[in-house]
Design a binder for this molecule. Structure first.
Ligand SMILES: Cc1cc2nc3c(=O)[nH]c(=O)nc-3n(C[C@H](O)[C@H](O)[C@H](O)COP(=O)(O)O)c2cc1C
Length: 241
C-alpha cells in the first residue's frame, strides 16, 4: 500500500548555504510544511559532490535509468524518486549558481529519473517521469538582490520549464527580492517569515499557495531609488574618495 505521508525534498543551491538569504526563506517555508504533516529532507548542493553532466547519453541509450557518474547524485536519486514535492531553492545569479545548474542538468529529461521517451505535447518536446518517480509538484523558492520581481524572470522560467518538460505541476514561486534587507528590518522580517510558514503549510494542506500570502512574502522593503543608492554607495566612495 502506498504510504500517505507527503515527502518533500528541498535542494538549496546557494553557495552561502546555512548563512544564505535562500536559507533564511527556506527555513520557515519548510517549517510550515512539516507543521502541516509533511516529512522534509534538505540538501545543500555546495556540500554535495555533484559533477557536471558529461552528455554521453549513457542514461538514455545504454542503461536507461542509470547515471554513469559515480558521485553524490547517486545518494539523491533514490530520495528524489521517493519524494512527492521537489523544492528548488536558489538565489538569482544571472541566472543560477553553477552548482545548482549542475544539479538541474543531472535531472534533465536525459537523466535516470526520467523515462527516455520523448513526446510532442502542446507544440513542444516533452519527456515524462518514470512511473517509479513519485514527484507530482515542483516549487521554487528564490532570493534576489535587486528591487523588482522581474529579476526572477529567467530563474522562474527555468523552474516552470523543468516541471512542464516532465509533465508535473509547477506549484508556484516564493520570491523575495532585496532579501538581504530582511536582516535589517526585524519587524518586517517576522511578518515575512510568518507568511513563509503559512505558504509551506498551505502547499501541503491545500495543494497550493494563495496569491495574498505570496505577495506578502515579496513586498517591497525600501523604495527602488533608495535601494539603488545603497548598492552604488561603496563604489562611489572608492571612486570619489
Ligand atoms: C554572481 C552574482 C549574480 C547576481 N545576479 C543577480 C541578478 O541578476 N539579479 C538580482 O536581483 N540579484 C542578483 N544577485 C544578488 C543575489 O541574488 C542576492 O544577493 C541574494 O540575496 C543572494 O542569496 P544567497 O545569500 O542565498 O546566496 C547576484 C549575486 C551574485 C553574487
Amino acid at each position: 500500500m502506498r504510504d500517505t505521508l507527503i515527502k518533500v525534498v528541498a535542494v538549496n543551491g546557494s553557495v552561502r548555504m546555512e548563512k544564505s538569504d535562500t536559507a533564511m526563506l527556506l527555513g520557515p517555508f519548510l517549517e510550515g510544511m512539516e507543521k502541516a504533516g509533511a516529512s522534509v529532507e534538505l540538501f545543500y548542493v555546495k556540500r554535495l559532490n555533484i559533477r557536471p553532466c558529461i552528455g554521453d547519453f549513457y542514461c538514455w541509450n545504454t542503461k536507461p535509468g542509470e547515471c554513469i557518474i559515480s558521485d553524490d547524485m547517486q545518494i539523491l536519486y533514490p530520495k528524489l524518486r521517493g519524494a512527492d514535492i521537489l523544492v528548488l531553492a536558489t538565489p538569482v545569479y544571472i541566472p543560477l549558481p553553477g552548482e545548482m545548474q549542475n544539479f538541474i542538468n543531472r535531472l534533465c529529461p536525459l537523466s535516470p529519473l526520467i523515462e527516455p521517451i520523448l513526446e510532442k505535447h502542446e507544440g513542444s518536446t516533452r519527456a515524462r517521469f518514470h512511473e517509479n518517480v513519485r514527484i507530482r509538484k515542483i516549487v521554487l523558492v528564490s532570493a534576489s538582490g535587486w528591487w523588482e520581481l522581474g529579476n526572477f524572470g529567467i530563474v522562474l522560467h527555468i523552474a516552470e520549464e523543468i516541471a512542464k518538460k516532465v509533465g508535473v505541476e509547477f506549484a508556484g514561486a516564493v520570491l523575495r527580492p532585496h532579501a538581504f534587507l530582511m536582516r535589517e528590518n526585524k519587524e518586517k522580517a517576522e511578518i515575512i517569515k510568518d507568511a513563509l510558514k503559512h505558504a509551506g503549510f498551505q502547499l501541503i494542506k491545500d495543494g497550493k499557495m494563495s496569491e495574498d500570502i505570496l505577495d506578502k512574502i515579496s513586498q517591497p522593503l525600501i523604495s527602488e531609488e533608495d535601494l539603488r543608492q545603497r548598492y552604488n554607495e561603496p563604489y562611489m566612495k572608492i571612486k570619489h574618495g
